[in-house]
Design a protein around this ligand. Structure first.
Ligand SMILES: [Zn+2]
Length: 81
């Protein structure tokens, strides 16, 4: 399984996601470009915005994700650090 999730025009590694908004953004501003989008908070205070389909997929991936940085490379063990 990939540890990257496609959000907007980016592939985001799951381990960078701090939290995902449970409700879509609404601020009442008439020209708001993010209405109906879900805020996805990344490390270092960066936020990106997912549409409903991206958000659903991201949450599914996060639930399936077992943590870590992905499958270990063959022949790579912790002693090598
Ligand atoms: Zn807004």
């Amino acid at each position: 399984m990939s540890i990257l999730s496609r959000i907007d025009d980016k592939h985001v590694p799951l381990y960078r996601v701090m939290w995902v908004a449970a409700t879509p953004h609404f601020c009442g501003e008439e020209d708001c470009m993010r209405e109906g989008c879900y805020e996805v908070r990344l490390e270092q205070g960066e936020s990106i915005w997912a549409n409903a389909a991206d958000n659903d997929r991201l949450i599914t991936q996060l639930e399936l994700w077992q943590g870590g940085l992905g499958p270990p490379d063959a022949g790579d063990d912790e002693a090598a650090w």
